[in-house]
Design a protein around this ligand. Structure first.
Ligand code: NAD
Length: 307
């Protein structure tokens, strides 16, 4: 298969290492002022995948010098008990970030729990105050995966202004905040979803394609215009050639024929998500320290080296 002459692999592992190094340096500077940012991670139940995610978050926090506090609650924890823990963490001035690992057991109202987290400690960026702030173009804590995608795009494309970005998927966690961040970066944004018509033709108009669907290899070269930059958020486990493997929403080998730059799966967006969780913890610590609640603080002012 012929590929674009200079198709660039967007290396999420290398980019996440850079973000983590920046966070580490900022944490060190804060520690010089006698402050150690702290992230509380709450896990309810013993879902194996969630346990791995939580472990990785805690390890990454330790690597960057962020203090991590782990709260493991049994699967039958009452919602009121979880809400009481969040209230305690909200009130604890030594805790800067609170992350409740999703999904929660069915008897707990996920939305009620996410809304209980203090917006300035909401390092996942899921609280409606942060969602609203993002939509209004205020600088607030934004969801980690789309924030990581933006960093990859800025590194790969430089100036994003005026580019046409197509986001495929409209979830609250990825698609919608991704579209909002691209809009904030002065892109022209089209959001495609399960009810959109003629997706390949719409997608072929895009300078930037962000795929967040959850369908293995849905997007192939026929969806891409020559030179498109492709960010593949999808993580899908499939069985192929007698073994289990992870693939994205983009047919990587096919897309190479059209894309100018593309993220692999694994090793693309995935590592950026956790790096931006650390960055958000740091931003949260700065916001809490420097701003009265709800005030607008430019992220660059909070973290000068973390633009
Ligand atoms: P979701 O299921 O909440 O949303 C999927 C979206 O895709 C929906 O908005 C739906 O309208 C759209 N969709 C479904 N079928 C479609 C189709 N045939 N054509 C066009 N759009 C369609 O999923 P999510 O939480 O947004 O996650 C999407 C993917 O990203 C998943 O594979 C998930 O595992 C992955 N993910 C990766 C990271 C990471 O860190 N890399 C983080 C979050 C999610």
């Amino acid at each position: 298969m012929s590929s674009q002459p200079s198709v660039k692999l967007i290396d999420g592992k290398a980019a996440s290492a850079r973000v983590l190094a920046e966070v580490r340096a900022e944490v060190q500077a804060l520690r010089g002022d006698g402050i150690q940012p702290a992230l509380a991670v709450v896990l309810v139940g013993s879902d194996p995948a969630s346990q791995v995610y939580v472990r990785n978050k805690v390890l990454r926090a330790e690597e960057t010098g962020i203090r991590s506090l782990e709260f493991k609650l049994p699967a039958d924890t009452a919602e009121a008990e979880l809400l009481a823990l969040i209230e305690r963490l909200n009130a604890d001035a030594e805790v800067n970030g609170i992350l409740v690992q999703l999904p929660l057991p069915a008897h707990i109202d996920e939305n009620r729990v996410l809304q209980a987290i203090a917006p300035l400690k909401d390092v996942d960026g899921f609280h409606s105050e942060n969602v609203g702030g993002l939509s209004q173009g205020r600088e607030v804590l934004t969801p980690c995966t789309p924030s990581g995608c933006m960093r990859l795009l800025r590194d790969a494309c430089g100036e994003l202004r005026g580019k046409h970005a197509v986001v495929i998927g409209r979830s609250n966690i990825v698609g919608k905040p991704m579209a909002a961040l691209l809009l904030q970066a002065d892109c022209t944004v089209t959001v495609l979803h399960s009810r959109s018509r003629d997706l390949p033709a719409l997608c072929r108009q895009a300078d930037i394609v962000v795929a967040a669907v959850g369908k293995p290899r849905l997007i192939d070269a026929s969806w891409l215009k020559p030179g498109a930059v492709v960010i593949d958020v999808g993580i899908n486990r499939i069985d192929e050639d007698g073994r289990s493997k992870l693939v994205g929403d983009v047919d990587f080998d096919s897309a190479l024929a059209q894309a100018s730059a593309i993220t692999p799966v694994p090793g693309g967006v995935g590592p950026m998500t956790i790096a931006y969780l650390m960055k958000n913890t740091l931003v949260a610590a700065r916001l809490q320290r420097q701003a009265p609640r709800g005030a607008r603080i430019p992220e660059d002012a909070a973290c000068p080296s973390l633009s």
